[in-house]
Ligand binder design. Structure first.
Ligand SMILES: [Zn+2]
Ligand SMILES: [Zn+2]
Length: 254
């Protein structure tokens, strides 16, 4: 049976928990009515723009003109990334003055240290990107690592929590000890696009003794903004022997 459709015991337990404690919207905290609007309320759902075709067939940037086919965007034509393809589940505006439920929920997850959001957000991403994931044929999932200092502060790596849901649904192993963050970096959100590339250059390394040779890797992160982090991690993975790298994120900015 399709692993995505196979009912799991934990799904039934989730239903029981929902019955005992009625679900709240993960973005605005409002009450959710009915099962069809899982995770987000009827006010927040319509604001979520899911990434859909036509899009850049490398970085996955959606094009606003919905009439054309997928093609390379200008950035990917100018500079071919180290990854084969990237895809995100949903998108929100780059301008952080614009309030958006997807940004809100990502910020609650990361900066509000809401570890409980890992599962629902990971599921949304994994189930919403089925078409992309089934076309990748990856044999290993690698989350983007945090620097140990940041990991101690947050208490969890949000990318690993998201990656675990992909691993569970597609039965591909996830290994958080492939990549490490050797150098602490300034948060990318504070930097301009060209500064982001410099900021992450040389920040990642592979753990010694990791057998990556010939393996097809899915790199998982929470948000794709300039693609600098995804590209630098992919460069390190390819240099470490990976045959190819695909990138999956919960969100991307547009
Ligand atoms: Zn809401
Ligand atoms: Zn592109």
């Amino acid at each position: 049976m399709d692993p995505v459709l196979q009912p799991k015991l934990t799904d039934r337990l989730d239903w029981l928990v929902d019955w005992l404690y009625p679900p709240r919207c993960r973005a605005c905290g409002g009450r959710i009515y009915g099962r069809d609007a899982e995770y987000l309320c009827s006010g927040c759902w319509p604001q979520i723009r899911l990434v859909s075709h036509p899009l850049c067939n490398v970085c996955g940037r959606p094009f606003f003109d919905a009439s054309g086919d997928d093609h390379h965007c200008a950035a990917c034509l100018a500079r071919q990334p180290y990854f084969v393809r990237a895809r995100a589940w949903g998108c929100y505006p780059k301008d952080d003055r614009v309030e958006h439920p997807l940004r809100q929920v990502v910020q609650k997850f990361k900066y509000g240290r809401k570890v409980s959001l890992g599962k629902p957000l990971g599921r949304l991403m994994a189930q919403g990107c089925q078409e992309f994931l089934k076309g990748c044929h990856v044999d290993l999932i690698v989350p983007v690592p945090l620097h140990p200092k940041r990991l101690r502060w947050r208490g969890f790596n949000q990318s690993l929590l998201l990656a675990r849901q992909v691993s569970r649904l597609y039965e591909v192993p996830v290994d958080p000890f492939v990549l490490c963050r050797e150098r602490e970096t300034v948060p990318q959100t504070q930097l301009a696009e060209d500064e982001r590339r410099k900021n992450v250059r040389g920040a990642f390394a592979t753990y010694p003794g990791k057998l990556l040779k010939g393996r097809s890797v899915l790199l998982v992160d929470d948000v794709y903004t300039s693609g600098a982090t995804a590209n630098e991690c992919s460069r390190v993975l390819v240099r470490g022997g990976a045959r190819e790298v695909y990138v999956l994120t919960l969100a991307r900015t547009v």
